[in-house]
Design a protein. Structure first.
Ligand SMILES: O=C[C@H](O)[C@H](O)[C@H](O)COP(=O)(O)O
Length: 226
């Protein structure tokens, strides 16, 4: 199977999981990226079975609207049952690296609000230790050099993602060679640097369910709820 076929299979598996639980009032949290796009395309066929969506990026909001799916401001939504999104890396604890598409901050906000975060990914994203994928960090533009120096202190090699401005008007540093032995700890450490908006580690709020596309079929991994 190609990588796109695996992404499509996990998007279908997420839809199969979510669909029976939707009502006419449901609002679904929608992520960003190629895997999330497959989910949007499949979900659009069931437009009449739910109310609308909250999007984690302008790109996803645009795609949802082209299907006539209403996109709500998160501030007007009291509850989100599901958030469905891809990832750049995941480990066995369902801790993630996200932000390859620069949408990490809004993704983290929507994930924080959702009751259940369903991560959809092809098997190339599953790793034993996070960090082969450079960690995206969203930074206030005037703090870029300061934050980069602090990231070097933490053992990383930050690289400015040139030409990229996030939906929030900020810049991205991609940090190579970090030792991510404790993802929750490092997530906090980086978020404490002045000028950092957020970083792409999803460890304080990992996924609840991982749907992993493999050549043998879609595997489902669940994180026990605390
Ligand atoms: O900022 C982008 C997101 O974190 C994406 O969810 C992540 O990069 C995975 O994208 P894709 O499904 O295209 O591999």
């Amino acid at each position: 199977m190609t990588q796109d076929q695996l992404k499509q299979a996990v998007a279908q598996a997420a839809l199969d999981l979510v669909l029976p639980q939707l009502t006419a009032k449901s609002i679904i949290g929608i992520g960003t990226g190629s895997t999330a796009n497959f989910f949007i395309d499949l979900l659009a066929k069931y437009r009449m079975e739910f109310d609308g969506a909250v999007a984690s990026s302008e790109a996803s909001a645009k795609r949802l609207r082209t299907y006539g799916i209403p996109v709500y401001d998160l501030n007007s939504v009291p509850e989100l049952e599901f958030y469905v999104d891809g990832a750049d890396e995941t480990n066995e604890h369902l801790e993630l690296i996200k932000g390859g598409g620069a949408a990490l901050t809004r993704e983290k906000i929507v994930a924080a609000v959702a009751d259940t975060f369903i991560c959809i990914a092809d098997e190339s994203k599953k790793v034993t230790q996070l960090g082969a994928f450079p960690l995206p960090v969203e930074v206030i533009p005037m703090a870029r050099s300061h934050v980069a120096r602090q990231l070097v202190e933490l053992g990383g090699d930050p690289v400015y993602r040139e030409g990229v401005v996030t939906d929030n008007g900020n810049v991205i540093l991609d940090v190579y060679h970090l030792n991510i032995s404790s993802a929750p700890e490092l997530e906090n450490q980086i978020n404490n640097i002045v000028g950092v908006v957020t970083n792409g580690l999803f460890a304080q709020r990992p996924a609840d369910i991982l749907l992993l596309g493999t050549a043998q079929g879609v595997q489902q991994l669940k994180r026990p709820k605390a």
